[in-house]
Design a protein around this ligand. Sequence first.
Ligand code: HEC
Ligand code: HEC
Ligand code: HEC
Length: 418
Amino acid sequence: MIGFLALAWRPAILPIDPPAKTSFPAELIASGQILAGAGYCEVCHTRQGGEKLAGGYALRSDFGTIYSTNITPEPETGIGRWSLEAFTRAMHEGVARDGSHLFPAFPYDHYTKISDEDVEALYAYLMTRPPVKATAPVNTLPFPLNIRTLQEGWKLLFFRSGRYRPDAAKSAEWNRGAYLAEGLSHCGGCHTPRNLLGAEKADHAYGGAVIEDWVAPALTDENPSPAPWTQGELFSYLRSGVSPLHGVSAGSMSPVIHTGLAAVPDADIRAEAIYFAELDHAEARTAATDAAIKKALATSALGTGQEYDPDARLYAAACVACHYNAGPNPLPARPELALNSALTLSEPTNFIHVVLEGIGTRDGGPGLVMPSYAALGDADIARLAAYLRRTRTDRSPWTDVETKVAALRRQAASAKPE
Ligand code: HEC
Ligand code: HEC
Ligand code: HEC
């Protein structure tokens, strides 16, 4: 125990007088702004309706709720008195200025891969933001999970500190994509399944996971979409929130794209697309794409006629007007449901979310919205799900859909912003 405590103890780094804004070169601040976008600092460090970067955003997990902190340069409640050294240690080691361990809800297990230069640019950006006085609410982690010292044990088991090391066998673009995806953009933070202690399963990277009651689908060749996620599809989706052959972003993927990656130049988005298109072996699967699209579009008209099937009629009444594609290729403004992972995933979670909540102006493509169908009863939504799964995919039926609709409806009601 004494050895453990010795290890768990980290020295405080002395506070400094807040640095003058003018001490940071403009180019460094500009590059920090892009990096902050790629790392979604603002998404996690801004509570709904709150000042930018002033913290208080609630991250819910199986263990309890953790609130992000104020990372504006306000000296008393923010990080105004943090030196570059203290900030770098937080990003690379998950240790706060006062020496206490930070919880991995802050993705330092990914940020440890960020280069020193990029950390310096992030520091310059944050230290030149408007200071805001704000203190985050107290976390609701139960004892003993709330004891920060015990985080050292977690770190010993799961955390490997170290900067990204380029793979010499790969292109510069691939390496750029990998650097961003594994570090700042921490795509695995949501798309990699976690073990019982909340650490990402290293041997199942990007294998798909449930995050805040949504499914973040696999980004490997385990992704169930009929058409592979090629470089082009990935670029379009990550850039605009819409991809012609897969549909649109919703849930927590929307702020990743529209608040975070929006700051990032095309070249970096392309690099990430190159990295993931290689990971999911899209190239080897494109031969089958045309057949998959044809097959999917052949189902598009189901429900447009006067089928006697009452499920088809429900679909015709509620959905078909916007989702029917007549042409040889689906239109991005009318996602072809047979191609959408919401129907092919092993759980109906994302499908139910979309029907209950619709797709708002901050999701999906610019200017495109889908109304909420929360007015439909649980049984009707379950019928729609079963009907589409049956007629649009080859997958086995989902089970207990009605119960799942009711559960997500309750979830949505209780998760209303605080
Ligand atoms: C997935 C959500 C998430 C993202 C994204 C995120 N943070 Fe955080 N961050 C947190 C949480 C939660 C904490 C508080 C952790 C704790 O209390 O142990 C935190 C704490 C911190 C701290 C320690 C501050 C303190 O007062 O102790 C710093 C510094 C920080 N984040 C910087 C950043 C930067 C820079 C970025 C963007 C590159 C970023 N964070 C992105 C969730 C996030
Ligand atoms: C905060 C959590 C989060 C982060 C971080 C995140 N994703 Fe996602 N992602 C999701 C969720 C949830 C969905 C499902 C959204 C939907 O169905 O519209 C998703 C969907 C996707 C999809 C569509 C998959 C499909 O088959 O429909 C792709 C591609 C994707 N993400 C790529 C990425 C990449 C690349 C990154 C890193 C740059 C990333 N994601 C980071 C949560 C996240
Ligand atoms: C008024 C037109 C309209 C109606 C009616 C409509 N949708 Fe949509 N739907 C859309 C649009 C537009 C999008 C893409 C939104 C975007 O890009 O922001 C979409 C997207 C979707 C998605 C894809 C979500 C994703 O993550 O890729 C699903 C699934 C879906 N709709 C199912 C349904 C179902 C089921 C119904 C019937 C209950 C329905 N829609 C009714 C317009 C509509």
